[in-house]
Design a protein around this ligand. Structure first.
Ligand code: P1T
Length: 381
């Protein structure tokens, strides 16, 4: 079965009692038992809820996974995955990553004795500088947020498998429509479902997928024990969003590619970050592991001042200035003061994230209108 058919049919069975074509929002915290312990598989909604089960079934199918688990946010998902580790364990991460992930790792888990190394993993040989017997996890974003670096998942997995290290891929920027890290040997995929999966900027959620029975048991135990689960209504919204993921992603990619190429040929632009450009450092790896190049584009202006960057943002009228990404509407962000403000400036600059970088989440509007909006904004800087 192909992707679009899976997103509409898997986990979307008519309701057994009423025939409702759409899975009901099971707004219940608890379930009647015939006698203690005798029930229909549902005891309490932190542990299981039928609306969540339906969504998890669809999500697993889309990442070619045996299992999926949903959480109250992308961050709650990451929090759960890191709890697989213990004091003394070390994680090797991409040095360009979502600011909230950096904050969780350095401000929350470092206190519990887990050590994080932030490395430009697009230069794979650098892994060996920090690799040790304490390394228990690779944490990869690809494409990275916000610099759109591409990490070779298979090369990381090759190192990881030999040393019994868990490989986690944050697949938020690609979505399962463009990239399936489990097929490339990764152990766990995480998503901020807030973004492309939900797709309409109206819900905050996270999820993970795995094929590993043992990891699944541990993660399901953590999901129930720590309890950061999403509401049935939010599960309904994401399930609804998934049905058009394939259509939305195609338009996101088409628009982003048109914008990246337009910017790349514009005299006022210093640099464009987009894995679909042939000039991108790891364009060949992106071609190998992705089916298209996604809806995110970052760039800097030749007039390299924050005032010019803000001018662009204010004048790009179809791009709302906002955090987040992956919704149908186009957004523009300033990572240094918005999504990545929690990364200390020196660390940001070391990773190549300049104070003047502009990030676009390209929506699914008509291409010509978006290009016109960008052309106008550039005329003002
Ligand atoms: O916002 P939340 O659903 O908790 O997901 C966190 C998260 C995890 N991973 C990646 C790659 C992300 O981009 C995010 C959230 N990012 C934004 C809000 C942003 O604007 O970049």
């Amino acid at each position: 079965m192909k992707f679009g058919t899976k997103s509409i049919h898997i986990g979307n069975e008519p309701d057994a009692t009423t025939g409702a074509v759409i899975t009901p929002i099971f707004q219940t915290s608890t379930y009647a038992q015939e006698e203690p312990g005798k029930h229909k598989g549902y005891e309490y909604s932190r542990t299981h809820n039928p609306t969540r089960t339906a969504l998890q079934t669809t999500l697993a199918a889309l990442e070619n996974a045996k299992y999926a688990l949903c959480f109250a946010s992308g961050m709650a998902t990451e929090d759960t995955v890191i709890k697989l580790l213990k004091p003394g364990d070390e994680v090797i991460c991409t040095n360009d990553l979502y600011g909230g992930s950096f904050r969780l790792f350095t401000k929350v888990f470092a206190k519990f004795g887990i050590k994080f190394h932030f490395i430009p993993l697009q230069e794979i040989d650098l892994v060996h500088i920090v690799l040790s017997t304490h390394t228990k996890m690779f944490w990869i974003e690809t494409p990275t947020n916000p610099l759109l670096n591409i990490i070779d998942i298979q090369s990381i997995v090759e190192i990881a498998k030999k040393l019994n290290i868990i490989t986690v891929v944050d697949n938020t920027f690609a979505s399962p429509f463009l990239q399936n890290p489990l097929d490339l040997g990764a152990d766990i995929v995480v998503h901020s479902a807030t973004k492309y999966l939900a797709g309409h900027s109206d819900v905050v959620m996270g999820c993970l997928m795995t094929n590993d029975d043992e990891l699944y048991q541990q993660l399901a135990f953590l999901q129930n024990s720590c309890g950061a689960v999403p509401s049935p209504f939010d599960c309904f919204l994401v399930q609804r969003g998934l049905k058009t993921l394939h259509l939305r992603m195609a338009q996101h990619c088409k628009n982003a590619s048109a914008i990246a190429n337009f910017l790349n040929n514009h005299s006022k632009i210093e640099k464009v970050y987009y894995p679909g450009l042939e000039s991108h450092t790891n364009h060949d790896i992106a071609q190998k592991q992705m089916r298209d190049f996604g809806g995110m584009v970052s760039f800097t202006l030749k007039n390299d001042s924050i005032a010019s960057a803000f001018n662009f943002m204010k004048n790009a009228k179809l791009f709302t200035i906002a955090e987040s990404l992956g919704g149908v509407e186009s957004l523009v962000g300033h990572p240094a003061t918005m999504t990545h403000a929690s990364i200390p400036r020196e660390d940001r600059l070391k990773g190549g994230l300049k104070d003047t970088l502009i990030r676009l989440s390209v929506g699914i509007e008509d291409t010509e209108d978006l290009l016109e909006s960008i052309e106008y904004a550039l005329s003002k800087v």
